[in-house]
Design a protein around this ligand. Structure first.
Ligand code: MF3
Ligand code: CO
Length: 249
């Protein structure tokens, strides 16, 4: 069942989302070749706690950190580590979840570390573009798979592939609610989008094959062909005034 949110509930989800967005904005400033991914995680956690909120991922199904840090061929769910130091030319996806006063917010960005090559640049632009393209279809009266299909078309037109193994999701009083939102599919299928739906839209895009492999840590998803991967995510409310990205500052 898809839980519709009242305007007041959306306001409260937006508060959690605002903390998530601010956390990403602040972590951005310390993403550089001298930092380890664990330092980014510590920074994120300190920031979230300083706002009176709780890191939503820590302890979720046993996930050990507050942030997911997925570097280069890592697609999602990269575990922060003191052994993983960023280097010039890397790309890093930062995914953060915040729980605040009963509601969740979820957001991700992928950032360049110093100067990156042209493929990496095009991949970041295409993945963020795909998120915004998907959001344009997040309007009342459309069907859920109109979002999926818009994302897939946008990505494949640019010569990249969408990951099939992970999906976007409803969000609210739970981190993951119905519906699941794939980043691929034909248009015109699934539930009709309604006022008060809140969706985490999160395209994961690979430079090569869409196939992924999970590492022995049980979490880190990497591309099967070791090609680069990027990930952007907004928590989006579907409203009478159109889609609202609640995790946008
Ligand atoms: N944004 C991701 C999601 O919606 C991140 C989850 S990480 C986990 O599933 F650790 F919480 F699983
Ligand atoms: Co999510």
């Amino acid at each position: 069942m898809i839980i519709l949110k009242s305007q007041d509930e959306i306001k409260r989800i937006a508060e959690a989302c605002h903390i998530a967005a601010e956390a990403l904005e602040n972590i951005k400033k310390i993403v550089s070749p001298k930092n380890t991914t664990l330092e980014l995680d510590r920074f994120a956690e300190t920031f979230i706690v300083s706002k009176g909120a709780t890191p939503a991922f820590k302890g979720y199904k046993g996930y050990p950190a507050s942030l997911c840090t997925s570097v280069n061929e890592e697609v999602v769910h990269g575990i922060p580590s003191a052994a993983k130091r960023l280097k010039e030319g890397d790309i890093i996806s930062l995914d953060v979840g915040v729980y605040y006063k009963g509601f969740y917010g979820d957001a991700a960005v992928t950032l360049p570390v110093g100067k990156i090559n042209d493929t990496a640049k095009r991949l970041l632009v295409a993945t963020e573009g795909a998120l915004y393209q998907g959001m344009k279809s997040a309007v009342i009266g459309n069907r859920l798979s109109d979002i999926s299909s818009a994302i897939q078309d946008y990505v494949e037109t640019r010569g990249f592939s969408v990951v099939r193994n992970f999906v976007g999701h409803g969000i609210g009083r739970e981190l993951h609610e119905e519906p699941q939102l794939p980043n691929f599919g034909s248009p015109g299928e699934g539930p009709v989008l309604m006022d008060g739906m809140v969706l985490a839209i999160e395209p994961m895009v690979n430079a090569g094959t869409w196939e992924v492999v999970i590492l022995d840590d049980g979490w880190t998803a990497v591309t099967r062909d070791n090609s680069l991967s990027a990930h952007f995510e907004h928590t989006v409310a579907i409203t009478l005034d159109g889609p609202k990205a609640l995790t946008k500052l």
